[in-house]
Design a protein around this ligand. Structure first.
Ligand code: NAD
Ligand code: UDP
Length: 337
């Protein structure tokens, strides 16, 4: 398979620092990660099929000589010499990952397998973006890494939850069988600039609805809880885990332990935006977890990491981002979608 590097400066991509492949680098978290790695002096190759990722998220990175990207689906094998791999490729929003559940599962299982084989071949360190969804609808609260979870294996969320669980298994088995250096984070709900306005997750939905003066759609009675982490905090945790010595080869929770009901989040967003939107109630999706809050004792102890951005501050910068997005002319928005 021929890989086409689109960066006009592609010949200089290997010129400095470790070579890092970021799968899913055009997405919300991936684009922030690429930016951080470039600032740390790494050469970055973003590999993305642009299913939920956007060129718009990468445009500001093209000025780095050490950045390149390729349109590629990780379900197909890839061969690029690299020193480190971050696997963030997978749609993360329920409406997006449920749109093609078989491909979501393939992305987490076959895609992870392809990247693990690449890591084994080049003796590269490899990082997996796992998720709090491995805990399903948890019976233990808050959730520590040692909790095995409560997951439905054939519900609407299963393609994502079981795909990510299988990926964790593959990561561990590559470590055991081939000595691959693995790092796994279990990410709890994270929000911030560069989410898509049509992403479908709760923070972006509520902000866009509030800014447009539309009804704010709370699913169920809004008493279910989530913990919301600001993107900058999360990326700091990624970087610390990937570079930790001695290596931590078991999963690490990263998230903000502040816990809010979905109704509280809606009220907060109405307040911060000064919106006239009404809060309305819609049916709760099947298997929607009742509660979520990370136990971050391991990240605190092993990485010296804890979130620094409180929800009110993170929401303000996210709201400012969406205000700029929504102010753009319709044809410009269509072009970046
Ligand atoms: P996102 O949808 O913005 O990013 C996912 C990226 O992966 C997109 O750029 C998409 O185009 C790409 N992609 C999807 N399938 C692919 C494939 N088969 N081949 C190549 N590229 C593919 O979501 P995000 O919020 O940035 O999430 C990034 C990662 O973090 C995902 O793996 C997600 O499961 C994980 N995660 C995120 C959160 C969160 O709250 N943001 C929580 C838990 C886990
Ligand atoms: N949610 C909601 N309204 C929306 C979108 C989501 O009430 O417009 C709820 C959803 O039912 C869930 C919570 O918000 O209880 C978080 O949903 P999200 O899709 O962001 O993430 P996940 O369920 O995967 O944690």
């Amino acid at each position: 398979m021929e890989i086409v590097f689109n960066s006009p400066r592609r010949s200089r991509v290997y010129s400095s620092g470790p070579r890092v492949l970021v799968a899913g680098g055009a997405g919300f978290l991936g684009s922030h990660l690429c930016e951080r790695l470039l600032r740390e002096g790494r050469s970055v190759i973003c590999v993305d099929n642009f299913s939920t990722g956007r060129m718009e998220n990468l445009r500001h990175l093209l000025r780095f000589d050490t950045f390149s990207y390729v349109r590629h689906d990780i379900v197909d094998p890839i061969d690029v010499p690299v020193d480190e791999i971050y696997n963030l490729a997978c749609p993360a929003s329920p409406p997006h990952y449920q749109a093609d559940p078989i491909h979501t599962m393939k992305t987490s299982v076959i895609g992870s397998l392809n990247l693990l084989e690449l890591a084994a071949h080049y003796q590269a360190r490899i990082f997996q973006a796992s998720t709090s969804e491995v805990y399903g609808d948890p019976h233990v609260h808050p959730q520590p890494e040692g909790y095995w979870g409560n997951v439905n294996c054939f519900g609407p969320r299963s393609c994502y939850d079981e795909g990510k669980r299988s990926a964790e298994t593959l990561f561990h088995d590559f470590h055991k069988q081939y000595g691959v250096d693995i790092r796994i984070v279990r990410i709890f709900n994270t929000y911030g600039p560069r989410m898509r306005p049509d992403d479908g997750r709760v923070v972006s939905n509520f902000i866009v609805q509030a800014l447009k003066g539309e009804d704010i759609t709370v699913y169920g009675d809004g008493s279910q809880t989530r913990s919301f982490c600001y993107v900058d905090d999360l990326i700091e945790g990624f970087f610390r885990l990937m570079n930790s010595e001695p290596a931590i080869q078991t999963p690490v929770n990263l998230g903000n332990p502040g816990e809010f009901t979905v109704r509280e989040l809606a009220e907060k967003i109405v307040e911060v935006t000064g919106s006239s939107s009404r809060i309305v109630y819609r049916p709760l999706p099947v298997d929607d977890p009742r509660q979520r809050r990370p136990d971050i004792a391991v990240a605190k102890r092993e990485l010296g990491w804890q979130p620094a951005v409180v929800l009110d501050d993170g929401l303000k910068s996210t709201i400012a981002y969406f205000e700029r997005q929504l102010a753009r002319p319709a044809e410009e928005l269509a072009e970046v979608a």
